[in-house]
Design a binder for this molecule. Sequence first.
Ligand SMILES: NC(=O)c1ccc[n+]([C@@H]2O[C@H](COP(=O)([O-])OP(=O)(O)OC[C@H]3O[C@@H](n4cnc5c(N)ncnc54)[C@H](OP(=O)(O)O)[C@@H]3O)[C@@H](O)[C@H]2O)c1
Length: 251
Amino acid sequence: MGTYMITGATGGIGASIAESLAARGHDLLLVGRSADRLAKTATDLGSGAAAKTQTFDPAAPASVAPAPRIRTLVLDLSEPPRIEAALVEAGLPDRLDGVVHSAGVVELGRVAEMEADEWAEQLMVNLVAPAELTRLLLPALRAARGQVVFINSGSGLHANPGWSAYAASKHGLRALADSLRAEEPDLRVISVYPGRTGTDMQRKVRAQENAAYEPGSYIEPATVARVVVNALETPRDAVVTDLTLRRQSAV
Ligand SMILES: NC(=O)c1ccc[n+]([C@@H]2O[C@H](COP(=O)([O-])OP(=O)(O)OC[C@H]3O[C@@H](n4cnc5c(N)ncnc54)[C@H](OP(=O)(O)O)[C@@H]3O)[C@@H](O)[C@H]2O)c1
């Protein structure tokens, strides 16, 4: 079993990925802004993983795998220069099988209206923080020949009106992934481009679009998680580099 760090672990897609990895018995280091939300996520995951291992093979309890170890790290990714000190204080891992960058923020607005602090927050959280965190984790990732997953977006492939700052951050994230993959041939680097997914972020987007949030009309976070975990489990002779998910219109 491996050890994975997940940012945005308290959010829709990150929490689903954490749940899937915990269910497979991996140890997790969950990153988020709020100690309370992280603690709740860790408790939910711990009990879920324990329940799964207990019911997995009732005929052979002695062979049941130990429950995954789940640790948390409070980190505000809007201030990337502070990440290094926080990681050093928490104790940098020696070996890391993967990091999943899922934390993200969105603020819609036309270029004519978007102010510098709105640009800065999206670029810091969505792009500069993943770059800085990856830099700091590289020795541990190299030690495990690990994997780096960037939860990108359809906005990392095309930029629509009203989405400039978010799309710029996600286009940059794609560039970060492509350069990293070329620079670190022992690592596997995966960019995932989901369409609209049913999470709190999508609720906010719909509100900013003055439109109703329609439950059931978006990709399920668990579906994104399943795709990510499948990619992570690709045999070592290949790497899934880019994955685009779109909502299937006739469900
Ligand atoms: N939902 C969609 O339609 C959609 C589509 C394509 C791509 N994506 C991408 O998928 C990723 C996950 O989004 P989601 O839909 O799961 O959103 P979400 O439910 O709003 O979760 C966002 C996560 O990011 C964390 N976060 C936000 N700002 C942070 C900061 N300053 N420092 C640390 N953590 C911070 C949040 O932590 P807190 O709990 O502290 O707020 C939360 O865990 C994002 O990168 C997003 O851009 C989403």
